[in-house]
Design a protein around this ligand. Structure first.
Ligand code: G3P
Ligand code: CA
Length: 297
């Protein structure tokens, strides 16, 4: 088990008031996979971890989300030059690490052009703030173990699958090796999503029991074709309407339950209240505390 200082981390970042929220275990037990939050409110999913307060897609961001009481975290998975899966959003290492200083001759510093050992040496925290210096780009293995230790649940995004042929099989292999494909995880602690329809379809074909999501806003007329291999349609919030949410909900997903909607990336109380009013099932947010307060009000 992790021995990280839970309360100390949250208090340092958010202040004592944040600690009045329920702890990780209490929250985790309140929300099953694709089930609503308290009182039927949308599930709140910490986007790239609690990424408004800690460097995105790091173990620190996952830990902070747990300390704030959030069971669900979202991440982004890509593949290194030597075939390791790592958790990072951009296909370049430049924005969130010190790669340009550490490897000046390696432009354009793509994830796929660096080995896992090289990426493991990078500082993925200082760009966000000096106090986060030394945070690393986690491997998927490290990330899964930490999410498990925290008792959390994972919305895993296969990022830019067109850059990484076969990444679906690799992802499923690592998930299996780390114990994430047993019944307990698959039934209520794991959703795999992607902007790539072929990638979502590949995951479903290889592991039909896994809950999947398509990132995007397909035309209503096209929704039935997505429902053949996915359980969620996860659109950006900007153009979302109540009518679109209702149209998605009218269909059944591949596992026979109503097709669901988790929208992103909703970071203000006003936007959270708006999309909650549309009846979305989940809200993916950098500011999970703001969204929780808004939807539970
Ligand atoms: O989970 C939805 C969201 O993460 C999709 O957009 O660019 O933040 O990965 P992006
Ligand atoms: Ca993402």
């Amino acid at each position: 088990m992790s021995v990280r200082p839970l309360a100390a981390t949250a208090a340092a970042v958010l202040g004592v008031g944040a600690l009045l929220a329920p702890g990780p275990v209490a929250r985790a037990e309140q929300s099953a996979a694709v089930s609503p939050g308290p009182q039927g409110t949308p599930l709140v999913i910490a986007h790239r971890g609690a990424s408004a307060y800690a460097p995105e897609n790091t173990l620190a961001a996952v830990d902070l989300a747990a300390d704030m009481g959030f069971a669900w975290v979202e991440n982004d998975v890509q593949r290194t030059k030597d075939g390791e899966l790592v958790v990072i959003h951009d296909d370049s290492l430049t924005r969130t690490t010190d790669v340009e200083q550490r490897f000046p001759g390696r432009a354009p510093w793509k994830v796929k052009d660096f080995t896992a050992a090289e990426i493991a040496t990078l500082d993925a925290g200082s760009w966000f703030g000096a106090k986060w210096a030394g945070a690393r780009v986690p491997t998927l293995e490290e990330y899964l173990n930490r999410v498990d230790e925290n008792g959390q649940k994972l919305l895993l995004e296969i990022k830019k699958p067109e850059l990484y042929p076969g990444i679906e099989k690799d992802t499923l292999r690592v998930l299996g090796e780390e114990g994430w494909l047993d019944a307990g995880h698959v039934s209520c602690r794991l959703v795999i999503q992607s902007f790539g329809a072929a990638s979502v379809k590949a995951v479903h074909q290889q592991r039909p029991d896994i809950t999947t999501g398509f990132l995007g806003s397909p035309a209503v007329a096209d929704l039935p074709s997505y429902a053949a291999y996915t359980d969620q349609i996860n659109p950006t919030y900007g153009t979302l309407t109540a009518g679109y949410v209702a149209a998605v909900h009218r269909l059944k997903g591949v596992h026979g339950k109503p097709l669901q909607v988790s929208t992103w990336t909703v970071n203000t109380a006003a936007d959270a209240a708006r999309v909650a009013g549309y009846g979305v099932d989940g809200i993916i947010t950098n500011n999970p505390d703001v969204v929780r307060d808004a939807v539970e009000d």
